[in-house]
Design a protein around this ligand. Structure first.
Ligand SMILES: NC(=O)c1ccc[n+]([C@@H]2O[C@H](COP(=O)([O-])OP(=O)(O)OC[C@H]3O[C@@H](n4cnc5c(N)ncnc54)[C@H](O)[C@@H]3O)[C@@H](O)[C@H]2O)c1
Length: 334
Protein backbone atom coordinates (compact mmCIF):
# COMPACT_ATOMS: atom_id res chain seq x y z
CA UNK A 1 0.00 0.00 0.00
CA UNK A 2 1.18 3.57 -0.75
CA UNK A 3 2.88 5.47 2.03
CA UNK A 4 0.41 7.28 4.30
CA UNK A 5 0.43 10.00 6.91
CA UNK A 6 -1.13 8.50 10.00
CA UNK A 7 -2.46 10.31 13.10
CA UNK A 8 -2.75 8.26 16.30
CA UNK A 9 -4.57 9.91 19.19
CA UNK A 10 -3.50 8.33 22.46
CA UNK A 11 -0.37 7.09 20.67
CA UNK A 12 1.85 7.41 23.75
CA UNK A 13 -0.25 4.80 25.53
CA UNK A 14 0.07 1.04 25.63
CA UNK A 15 -1.63 0.03 22.37
CA UNK A 16 -1.02 3.33 20.56
CA UNK A 17 2.75 3.14 20.94
CA UNK A 18 2.86 -0.35 19.39
CA UNK A 19 0.61 0.88 16.57
CA UNK A 20 2.92 3.85 15.94
CA UNK A 21 5.93 1.51 15.73
CA UNK A 22 4.08 -0.74 13.30
CA UNK A 23 3.27 2.14 10.92
CA UNK A 24 6.87 3.37 11.06
CA UNK A 25 7.95 -0.17 10.11
CA UNK A 26 5.51 -0.03 7.19
CA UNK A 27 7.25 3.15 5.97
CA UNK A 28 4.43 5.56 6.87
CA UNK A 29 4.66 8.99 8.47
CA UNK A 30 3.26 8.94 11.99
CA UNK A 31 2.01 11.78 14.19
CA UNK A 32 1.01 11.05 17.79
CA UNK A 33 -1.34 13.40 19.62
CA UNK A 34 -1.43 12.61 23.33
CA UNK A 35 -1.93 14.62 26.53
CA UNK A 36 0.25 12.14 28.50
CA UNK A 37 -2.47 11.67 31.13
CA UNK A 38 -1.76 7.93 31.25
CA UNK A 39 0.61 7.62 28.29
CA UNK A 40 4.38 7.97 28.58
CA UNK A 41 6.99 9.39 26.24
CA UNK A 42 9.23 6.45 27.08
CA UNK A 43 6.70 4.17 25.36
CA UNK A 44 7.79 5.87 22.13
CA UNK A 45 11.51 5.71 22.73
CA UNK A 46 12.19 3.30 19.83
CA UNK A 47 10.78 5.75 17.26
CA UNK A 48 11.05 9.17 18.93
CA UNK A 49 14.07 10.20 16.83
CA UNK A 50 12.83 8.62 13.59
CA UNK A 51 12.61 11.21 10.77
CA UNK A 52 9.07 10.10 9.89
CA UNK A 53 7.79 10.35 13.46
CA UNK A 54 6.53 13.37 15.36
CA UNK A 55 4.92 13.78 18.76
CA UNK A 56 2.50 16.48 19.75
CA UNK A 57 1.43 16.94 23.34
CA UNK A 58 -2.19 18.09 23.44
CA UNK A 59 -5.73 17.01 24.19
CA UNK A 60 -8.28 15.64 21.77
CA UNK A 61 -10.79 17.75 23.71
CA UNK A 62 -9.12 20.82 22.15
CA UNK A 63 -10.86 21.20 18.78
CA UNK A 64 -8.26 23.58 17.39
CA UNK A 65 -5.29 21.32 18.18
CA UNK A 66 -7.14 18.23 16.96
CA UNK A 67 -8.29 19.87 13.72
CA UNK A 68 -4.76 20.98 12.85
CA UNK A 69 -3.42 17.46 13.43
CA UNK A 70 -6.27 15.80 11.49
CA UNK A 71 -6.01 18.15 8.50
CA UNK A 72 -2.49 16.99 7.64
CA UNK A 73 -3.09 13.23 7.78
CA UNK A 74 -4.71 10.55 5.61
CA UNK A 75 -6.12 8.37 8.37
CA UNK A 76 -6.91 8.86 12.06
CA UNK A 77 -6.73 6.09 14.65
CA UNK A 78 -8.66 7.46 17.64
CA UNK A 79 -7.41 5.64 20.73
CA UNK A 80 -7.21 8.54 23.22
CA UNK A 81 -9.50 7.69 26.13
CA UNK A 82 -9.71 7.20 29.82
CA UNK A 83 -9.21 3.44 30.19
CA UNK A 84 -9.49 0.85 32.94
CA UNK A 85 -11.96 -0.21 35.60
CA UNK A 86 -9.96 1.35 38.44
CA UNK A 87 -9.84 4.69 36.62
CA UNK A 88 -13.57 4.89 35.97
CA UNK A 89 -14.33 4.03 39.60
CA UNK A 90 -11.84 6.65 40.86
CA UNK A 91 -12.65 9.40 38.34
CA UNK A 92 -16.06 8.91 36.75
CA UNK A 93 -16.40 12.55 35.62
CA UNK A 94 -12.99 12.61 33.92
CA UNK A 95 -13.68 9.28 32.21
CA UNK A 96 -17.00 10.28 30.69
CA UNK A 97 -15.79 13.77 29.76
CA UNK A 98 -12.63 12.56 28.02
CA UNK A 99 -14.33 9.74 26.20
CA UNK A 100 -17.34 11.67 24.93
CA UNK A 101 -15.99 15.23 24.37
CA UNK A 102 -12.72 13.89 22.95
CA UNK A 103 -14.52 11.73 20.39
CA UNK A 104 -16.86 14.62 19.48
CA UNK A 105 -13.87 16.82 18.66
CA UNK A 106 -12.16 14.10 16.63
CA UNK A 107 -15.38 13.47 14.71
CA UNK A 108 -15.88 17.15 13.90
CA UNK A 109 -12.33 17.30 12.56
CA UNK A 110 -12.41 14.08 10.49
CA UNK A 111 -15.80 15.07 9.11
CA UNK A 112 -14.61 18.57 8.16
CA UNK A 113 -11.47 17.33 6.38
CA UNK A 114 -13.07 14.12 5.06
CA UNK A 115 -10.54 11.72 6.59
CA UNK A 116 -10.80 8.03 7.39
CA UNK A 117 -11.36 7.07 11.04
CA UNK A 118 -10.65 3.90 12.96
CA UNK A 119 -12.06 4.05 16.50
CA UNK A 120 -11.04 1.66 19.26
CA UNK A 121 -14.16 0.79 21.23
CA UNK A 122 -14.33 -1.90 23.89
CA UNK A 123 -15.98 -5.19 24.88
CA UNK A 124 -17.31 -3.18 27.86
CA UNK A 125 -20.07 -1.88 25.57
CA UNK A 126 -21.71 -5.33 25.84
CA UNK A 127 -22.15 -4.53 29.54
CA UNK A 128 -23.17 -7.46 31.72
CA UNK A 129 -24.82 -9.53 29.02
CA UNK A 130 -24.57 -13.25 29.91
CA UNK A 131 -24.39 -14.28 26.26
CA UNK A 132 -21.37 -16.31 25.13
CA UNK A 133 -19.78 -15.33 22.82
CA UNK A 134 -20.52 -11.62 22.25
CA UNK A 135 -21.44 -10.86 18.63
CA UNK A 136 -21.35 -7.38 17.14
CA UNK A 137 -25.13 -7.07 16.60
CA UNK A 138 -26.07 -8.26 20.11
CA UNK A 139 -28.13 -6.10 22.45
CA UNK A 140 -26.23 -4.03 24.99
CA UNK A 141 -27.04 -4.88 28.63
CA UNK A 142 -25.67 -2.05 30.73
CA UNK A 143 -25.85 -1.91 34.51
CA UNK A 144 -27.55 0.89 36.47
CA UNK A 145 -26.25 4.47 36.45
CA UNK A 146 -25.70 4.41 40.22
CA UNK A 147 -22.73 2.09 39.57
CA UNK A 148 -19.87 4.17 38.12
CA UNK A 149 -18.25 1.08 36.58
CA UNK A 150 -20.77 1.10 33.72
CA UNK A 151 -19.84 4.71 32.85
CA UNK A 152 -16.82 3.55 30.83
CA UNK A 153 -18.72 1.12 28.58
CA UNK A 154 -21.60 3.56 28.30
CA UNK A 155 -19.31 6.45 27.27
CA UNK A 156 -17.74 4.25 24.59
CA UNK A 157 -21.23 3.19 23.44
CA UNK A 158 -22.16 6.89 23.10
CA UNK A 159 -18.99 7.32 21.00
CA UNK A 160 -20.13 4.45 18.78
CA UNK A 161 -23.59 6.02 18.37
CA UNK A 162 -21.94 9.31 17.40
CA UNK A 163 -19.74 7.63 14.80
CA UNK A 164 -22.73 5.73 13.42
CA UNK A 165 -24.60 9.05 13.18
CA UNK A 166 -21.74 10.73 11.27
CA UNK A 167 -21.49 7.73 8.94
CA UNK A 168 -25.23 7.84 8.24
CA UNK A 169 -25.75 11.61 8.02
CA UNK A 170 -22.42 12.82 6.58
CA UNK A 171 -21.00 9.74 4.84
CA UNK A 172 -18.01 9.49 7.20
CA UNK A 173 -15.57 6.63 6.45
CA UNK A 174 -15.41 4.92 9.84
CA UNK A 175 -14.45 1.55 11.31
CA UNK A 176 -15.35 0.69 14.91
CA UNK A 177 -13.18 -1.99 16.51
CA UNK A 178 -14.34 -3.44 19.84
CA UNK A 179 -11.17 -4.54 21.57
CA UNK A 180 -11.37 -7.26 24.20
CA UNK A 181 -8.66 -7.68 26.87
CA UNK A 182 -5.46 -6.71 25.10
CA UNK A 183 -2.15 -7.32 26.85
CA UNK A 184 1.59 -7.19 26.36
CA UNK A 185 4.69 -5.12 27.06
CA UNK A 186 4.18 -1.54 28.35
CA UNK A 187 0.72 -2.11 29.79
CA UNK A 188 0.51 -0.55 33.23
CA UNK A 189 -1.12 -2.31 36.17
CA UNK A 190 -2.15 0.97 37.85
CA UNK A 191 -5.67 1.05 36.46
CA UNK A 192 -6.87 -2.46 37.24
CA UNK A 193 -5.32 -4.46 34.35
CA UNK A 194 -4.97 -8.01 35.59
CA UNK A 195 -1.90 -9.46 33.82
CA UNK A 196 0.64 -6.67 34.52
CA UNK A 197 -0.58 -6.49 38.12
CA UNK A 198 -0.21 -10.23 38.78
CA UNK A 199 3.14 -10.50 36.95
CA UNK A 200 4.66 -7.65 38.99
CA UNK A 201 3.32 -9.11 42.24
CA UNK A 202 4.74 -12.55 41.37
CA UNK A 203 8.15 -11.10 40.49
CA UNK A 204 8.29 -9.25 43.83
CA UNK A 205 7.17 -12.41 45.70
CA UNK A 206 4.10 -10.47 46.91
CA UNK A 207 0.62 -12.06 47.22
CA UNK A 208 -1.21 -12.28 43.89
CA UNK A 209 -4.46 -10.33 44.36
CA UNK A 210 -7.31 -12.00 42.51
CA UNK A 211 -10.67 -10.22 42.71
CA UNK A 212 -13.82 -12.20 43.57
CA UNK A 213 -13.73 -16.00 43.35
CA UNK A 214 -11.22 -15.88 40.49
CA UNK A 215 -13.46 -18.23 38.51
CA UNK A 216 -14.42 -15.43 36.07
CA UNK A 217 -13.23 -16.38 32.57
CA UNK A 218 -11.35 -14.07 30.24
CA UNK A 219 -9.71 -14.18 26.79
CA UNK A 220 -6.51 -12.28 26.08
CA UNK A 221 -4.99 -10.96 22.87
CA UNK A 222 -1.34 -10.00 22.52
CA UNK A 223 -0.85 -6.37 21.52
CA UNK A 224 1.21 -7.27 18.45
CA UNK A 225 -1.66 -9.44 17.14
CA UNK A 226 -4.08 -6.58 17.93
CA UNK A 227 -1.99 -3.95 16.16
CA UNK A 228 -1.46 -6.12 13.11
CA UNK A 229 -5.24 -6.55 12.83
CA UNK A 230 -5.93 -2.83 13.40
CA UNK A 231 -3.67 -1.81 10.49
CA UNK A 232 -5.33 -4.40 8.24
CA UNK A 233 -8.83 -3.27 9.23
CA UNK A 234 -7.91 0.37 8.59
CA UNK A 235 -6.93 -0.37 5.01
CA UNK A 236 -9.50 -3.07 4.17
CA UNK A 237 -12.30 -1.40 2.17
CA UNK A 238 -14.89 -4.03 3.14
CA UNK A 239 -14.40 -3.01 6.82
CA UNK A 240 -15.78 0.46 6.03
CA UNK A 241 -18.80 1.26 8.21
CA UNK A 242 -18.51 -1.99 10.19
CA UNK A 243 -18.37 -2.75 13.91
CA UNK A 244 -15.77 -5.46 14.48
CA UNK A 245 -14.86 -7.53 17.56
CA UNK A 246 -11.15 -8.07 18.09
CA UNK A 247 -9.90 -10.37 20.84
CA UNK A 248 -8.40 -13.69 21.81
CA UNK A 249 -10.70 -16.71 21.95
CA UNK A 250 -8.78 -19.02 24.34
CA UNK A 251 -10.68 -18.78 27.65
CA UNK A 252 -8.89 -18.93 30.99
CA UNK A 253 -10.06 -18.31 34.56
CA UNK A 254 -8.26 -15.60 36.53
CA UNK A 255 -7.25 -18.26 39.11
CA UNK A 256 -5.62 -20.35 36.36
CA UNK A 257 -3.95 -17.25 35.03
CA UNK A 258 -2.47 -16.53 38.47
CA UNK A 259 -1.23 -20.15 38.73
CA UNK A 260 0.43 -19.97 35.29
CA UNK A 261 2.06 -16.65 36.16
CA UNK A 262 3.43 -18.21 39.36
CA UNK A 263 4.87 -21.12 37.35
CA UNK A 264 6.44 -18.94 34.63
CA UNK A 265 8.03 -16.57 37.16
CA UNK A 266 8.93 -19.46 39.56
CA UNK A 267 7.35 -17.32 42.27
CA UNK A 268 6.49 -18.58 45.73
CA UNK A 269 3.72 -15.95 46.12
CA UNK A 270 0.36 -17.05 47.51
CA UNK A 271 -2.88 -16.31 45.65
CA UNK A 272 -5.20 -14.05 47.70
CA UNK A 273 -8.83 -13.74 46.66
CA UNK A 274 -10.16 -10.28 47.53
CA UNK A 275 -13.91 -9.56 47.49
CA UNK A 276 -14.89 -7.12 44.75
CA UNK A 277 -16.44 -4.76 47.30
CA UNK A 278 -13.08 -4.41 49.09
CA UNK A 279 -11.10 -4.02 45.87
CA UNK A 280 -13.34 -1.77 43.79
CA UNK A 281 -16.00 -0.38 46.11
CA UNK A 282 -19.41 -1.53 47.38
CA UNK A 283 -21.73 -3.17 44.88
CA UNK A 284 -19.08 -3.57 42.16
CA UNK A 285 -20.41 -5.85 39.42
CA UNK A 286 -18.21 -7.99 37.20
CA UNK A 287 -18.84 -10.25 34.23
CA UNK A 288 -18.44 -14.04 34.55
CA UNK A 289 -17.43 -14.69 30.96
CA UNK A 290 -16.28 -12.32 28.25
CA UNK A 291 -15.67 -14.09 24.95
CA UNK A 292 -15.61 -12.44 21.52
CA UNK A 293 -17.28 -13.89 18.47
CA UNK A 294 -14.45 -13.29 15.97
CA UNK A 295 -16.25 -14.56 12.86
CA UNK A 296 -16.48 -11.09 11.34
CA UNK A 297 -12.82 -10.16 11.79
CA UNK A 298 -11.78 -13.55 10.42
CA UNK A 299 -13.97 -13.01 7.34
CA UNK A 300 -12.69 -9.46 6.81
CA UNK A 301 -8.93 -9.93 7.24
CA UNK A 302 -8.33 -13.64 7.92
CA UNK A 303 -7.51 -12.79 11.55
CA UNK A 304 -5.55 -15.54 13.27
CA UNK A 305 -3.57 -14.53 16.40
CA UNK A 306 -0.04 -15.90 16.78
CA UNK A 307 0.33 -15.66 20.57
CA UNK A 308 -1.35 -18.22 22.85
CA UNK A 309 -1.72 -17.50 26.57
CA UNK A 310 1.69 -18.90 27.56
CA UNK A 311 3.44 -16.90 24.82
CA UNK A 312 1.57 -13.79 26.01
CA UNK A 313 2.67 -14.33 29.61
CA UNK A 314 6.30 -15.03 28.59
CA UNK A 315 6.29 -11.80 26.57
CA UNK A 316 5.02 -9.73 29.54
CA UNK A 317 7.44 -11.38 31.99
CA UNK A 318 10.35 -10.85 29.54
CA UNK A 319 9.45 -7.17 29.24
CA UNK A 320 9.21 -6.71 33.02
CA UNK A 321 12.63 -8.36 33.46
CA UNK A 322 14.26 -6.11 30.86
CA UNK A 323 12.66 -3.00 32.45
CA UNK A 324 13.99 -4.08 35.82
CA UNK A 325 17.49 -4.63 34.41
CA UNK A 326 17.31 -1.20 32.76
CA UNK A 327 16.38 0.40 36.08
CA UNK A 328 19.25 -1.37 37.85
CA UNK A 329 21.66 -0.27 35.14
CA UNK A 330 20.55 3.36 35.54
CA UNK A 331 20.61 3.13 39.34
CA UNK A 332 16.87 3.86 39.61
CA UNK A 333 16.24 0.97 41.99
CA UNK A 334 19.13 1.60 44.33
N1 LIG B 1 -6.05 -2.37 26.70
C1 LIG B 1 -7.19 -2.99 26.54
O1 LIG B 1 -7.35 -4.16 26.94
C2 LIG B 1 -8.35 -2.31 25.84
C3 LIG B 1 -9.57 -3.02 25.77
C4 LIG B 1 -10.62 -2.41 25.15
C5 LIG B 1 -10.49 -1.17 24.55
N2 LIG B 1 -9.31 -0.51 24.62
C6 LIG B 1 -9.22 0.81 23.98
O2 LIG B 1 -7.97 0.97 23.34
C7 LIG B 1 -7.55 2.33 23.42
C8 LIG B 1 -6.12 2.40 23.97
O3 LIG B 1 -6.10 1.82 25.27
P1 LIG B 1 -4.74 1.50 26.04
O4 LIG B 1 -4.94 0.21 26.76
O5 LIG B 1 -3.59 1.67 25.16
O6 LIG B 1 -4.79 2.62 27.18
P2 LIG B 1 -3.72 3.75 27.58
O7 LIG B 1 -4.26 4.45 28.80
O8 LIG B 1 -2.36 3.17 27.64
O9 LIG B 1 -3.81 4.73 26.32
C9 LIG B 1 -4.70 5.82 26.23
C10 LIG B 1 -3.89 7.01 25.78
O10 LIG B 1 -4.76 8.11 25.57
C11 LIG B 1 -4.14 9.27 26.09
N3 LIG B 1 -5.20 10.25 26.36
C12 LIG B 1 -6.21 10.16 27.28
N4 LIG B 1 -7.00 11.23 27.20
C13 LIG B 1 -6.50 12.01 26.21
C14 LIG B 1 -6.87 13.26 25.66
N5 LIG B 1 -7.95 13.94 26.12
N6 LIG B 1 -6.14 13.77 24.64
C15 LIG B 1 -5.05 13.11 24.16
N7 LIG B 1 -4.63 11.94 24.66
C16 LIG B 1 -5.36 11.39 25.67
C17 LIG B 1 -3.40 8.80 27.33
O11 LIG B 1 -2.37 9.67 27.76
C18 LIG B 1 -2.85 7.46 26.83
O12 LIG B 1 -1.60 7.64 26.20
C19 LIG B 1 -8.59 3.05 24.26
O13 LIG B 1 -9.46 3.74 23.40
C20 LIG B 1 -9.33 1.93 24.98
O14 LIG B 1 -10.66 2.28 25.26
C21 LIG B 1 -8.22 -1.05 25.27
Amino acid sequence: MAEMRVLITGGAGFIGSHLAERHIELGDEVVVLDDLSTGRIQNLRLILQHPKFSFQQGSVMDLDVTSKAVEKCDIVYHLAASVGVRRVVDDPIGTIERNVSGTMCVLRAVDRFKKRLLFTSTSEVYGKSAKVPFSEDDDIVLGPTVKPRWGYGCSKAVDEFLIQAYMRQHGLYGVIVRLFNTVGPRQLGNYGMVIPTLVRQAMKQQPLTVFGTGEQMRCFLHVSDAVHALTQLASESSAKGRVVNLGGTEEISVNDLARRIKAITTSSSQIHNIPYDDALGPGFEDIDRRVPDCTRVRQLIGFSPKFDIDAILRSVVGHELSEKEGQFASGALQ
